[in-house]
Design a binder for this molecule. Structure first.
Ligand SMILES: Nc1ncnc2c1ncn2[C@@H]1O[C@H](COP(=O)(O)OP(=O)(O)O)[C@@H](O)[C@H]1O
Ligand SMILES: [Mg+2]
Length: 209
């Protein structure tokens, strides 16, 4: 496990953990009437802190006693299984292709009611699977089963996958890396998300130490 990924768990009194609690509160209060159950974590490009942010946000929400499912929806560069020390042998793609029921595909963690669904076997056609009818049904099912579902997604500017998913989820959190993400790329990513009617709830400004 990478320590940084789990700082909200290992060091709940740290400033980073506090910041993720603030983000959690902001999401939960960004609308009184609309529940934000399915959340997308993405960024314009790679290596900007999506996976780190997704894990810490999931931990932070689960620390409130919620049942949280963290899903690796980055079918091109899946990373969650590495952070959680899990086998990559089955996961999201197996559930979507009807090979495994969800309850058998998820991993329980030691952290509250946080469960993890890894990517599963990487298919040759990730976009087709992400945009499938099976995915739409899956989104309905998980909303009934979990309080919050967080998708660790690929970069917006590199694939269509995130846009396909974002249009069907309740909200998007954009991660930008301070001093690294180009302003133009951030603007373009935001524009593409608005085109698919995604609701960008906010931005995490991630800064490498
Ligand atoms: N705030 C930060 N400070 C230092 N290192 C970070 C920070 N956020 C992310 N990293 C590191 O940068 C790398 C990329 O982060 P990651 O969350 O995997 O990005 P992405 O999912 O966007 O590709 C990882 O090695 C991670 O540990
Ligand atoms: Mg990642």
């Amino acid at each position: 496990m990478t320590k940084r990924h789990f700082v909200s768990y290992s060091n709940p009194s740290s400033e980073i953990a506090e910041q993720f609690r603030t983000i959690r509160t902001n999401i939960q209060f960004s609308s009184i009437d609309i529940q934000h159950k399915t959340l997308i974590i993405t960024s314009p490009s790679s290596n900007e802190g999506k996976t780190t942010s997704a894990i810490n946000l999931a931990i932070s929400i689960s620390q409130q006693g919620e049942r949280v499912l963290l899903i690796d929806a980055n079918l091109r560069k899946p990373k969650l299984h590495i952070s959680f020390n899990l086998k990559e042998s089955y996961g999201l793609t197996d559930v979507l292709m009807g090979r495994l029921p969800l309850e058998e595909a998820v991993f329980q963690t030691q952290i509250g009611k946080l469960e993890v669904l890894t990517s599963g076997i990487i298919p040759p056609n990730p976009t087709e699977i992400i945009g499938s009818k099976a995915m739409s049904y899956f989104l309905k099912d998980i909303k009934e089963e979990y309080d919050t579902v967080i998708f660790d997604c690929p970069p917006v500017l590199e694939t269509t996958d995130t846009k396909l998913l974002a249009g069907q989820c309740d909200g998007v959190i954009m991660v930008l890396k301070s001093g690294k993400t180009d302003r133009e790329k951030a603007v373009e990513a935001n524009r593409l998300l608005h085109l698919v009617r995604a609701k960008v709830l906010g931005v995490i400004l991630n800064e490498k130490e």
